[in-house]
Design a protein around this ligand. Structure first.
Ligand SMILES: [Zn+2]
Length: 364
């Protein structure tokens, strides 16, 4: 008699068949614009979250056109966001030409900058980047082919992305760096390499060089200290970045692709909550190492209004989106450890961990 009672969908929620139809159409719209399959998943999820949030306000007859328009906007805004600030900016090469003429011009300029940036990479790095990020091949498979470890390839990818980001900004800028120090300084910033930053006196250089101060801003938005990555959250596109970062870290730790998706989904939910309820905040994604297991740590923090009743928010059936989202209870089920600390008016911190057994010392 204590079986969980199914939670009735709230009034105005789409029927499952309707949701399935919308999901299929949204996927088709996005897949016609984006080639990377993980990115398609991310963007479908983002679009559905938006459509479901708006569900009570839209006329059921216009739900499909609304979903299509939302899907297009999600692709366009993600693309705009990726092109200037992120490690994922190379994914612009994945996006097919846009519809409007002004987008096409921008497209060409972006495409040229990406192409120029790619020519500045060593052949080996470029080949890996294309295989993984453009062709969507798995790190594990690429590692087997080149007799190396997925971890080593993940580190190589990270350095390559840092470098591509710098070369891309230089290509978009059309100015020559004013000093020979500029490129190494920007590379150290982009890679989040603190030791190298100290060696080069990056902060001193940024004070004296307006060129690097200008170009360095987008590079330092996503800071990494080697064991964790900090993502500033302030817009929907940051949800996609946090998701992708979580998945990449999970795969580099040896989690399965399915676990990678599970982790990405939980990260999506807590990051979206920051955007929706607090406006801005940050998500930190880190690695955990213990003798018999390794894991992934996510800390999502904001200084927003806070949750007045954490116990209620964690109860099954309670969702921050009127019953439609995954909700914090859903997140808790996806992860191994889940702690919410919140104080009304002082903000919220959600700490989540997911573990993977490594078979003890000597295991992989
Ligand atoms: Zn400089």
């Amino acid at each position: 008699m204590s079986a969980a009672r199914p939670v009735a969908p709230p009034a105005g929620a789409p029927a499952p068949a309707e949701l399935l139809e919308i999901r299929t159409i949204v996927r088709r719209v996005i897949a016609s614009r984006v080639r990377d399959s993980h990115m398609v998943d991310d963007l479908v999820q983002e679009t559905l979250a938006k459509v479901l949030t708006a569900w009570g306000r839209i006329d059921p007859d216009t739900a499909i056109p609304y979903a299509i328009a939302t899907a297009r906007n999600v692709v366009a805004s993600t693309w705009r966001h990726l092109d200037t600030t992120e490690r994922n900016l190379h994914r612009v090469v994945d996006l097919l030409p846009a519809d409007r003429p002004e987008d096409a011009v921008l497209d060409r300029e972006e495409g040229d900058a990406v192409a120029t940036a790619l020519t500045h990479l060593p052949d080996r790095d470029r080949a890996l980047l294309v295989a993984h990020d453009v062709e969507g091949r798995e790190l594990a498979e690429l590692a087997r082919e080149s007799s190396t470890s997925p971890g080593a390839l993940a580190a190589q990818l990270k350095r390559t992305r840092a470098r591509l980001r710098v070369e891309y900004l230089l290509a978009m800028d059309h100015r020559e760096p004013p000093t020979p120090q500029c490129r190494p300084v920007l590379l150290a910033l982009s890679g989040g390499d603190r030791r190298r930053q100290r060696e080069l006196d990056v902060s001193g250089h940024l004070l004296a060089c307006p060129y690097c101060a200008d170009l360095g801003r987008p590079l330092s938005q996503r800071a990494s200290d080697g064991t964790s990555t900090r993502i500033a959250v302030g817009a929907d596109a940051d949800v996609v970045l946090a998701r992708q970062t979580g998945r990449d870290v999970a795969i580099s730790l040896g989690f399965s692709a399915t676990d990678g998706t599970v982790i990405a989904t939980a990260i999506s939910e807590v990051t979206r909550n920051i955007v929706k309820f607090a406006g801005t905040g940050e998500v930190r994604i880190g690695r955990l190492q213990e003798p018999a297991r390794c894991g992934l740590l996510v800390v999502a923090r904001d200084a927003g209004p806070g949750i007045s009743d954490v116990d209620l928010a964690l109860r099954d059936g309670h969702s921050t989106y009127g019953g439609l989202g995954l909700g914090l209870p859903g997140c808790r089920r996806l992860m191994d450890e889940f702690v919410v600390e919140s104080e009304s008016g002082r903000g919220t911190t959600v700490t989540m961990r997911k573990w993977r057994s490594t078979g003890g010392p000597g295991g992989r």
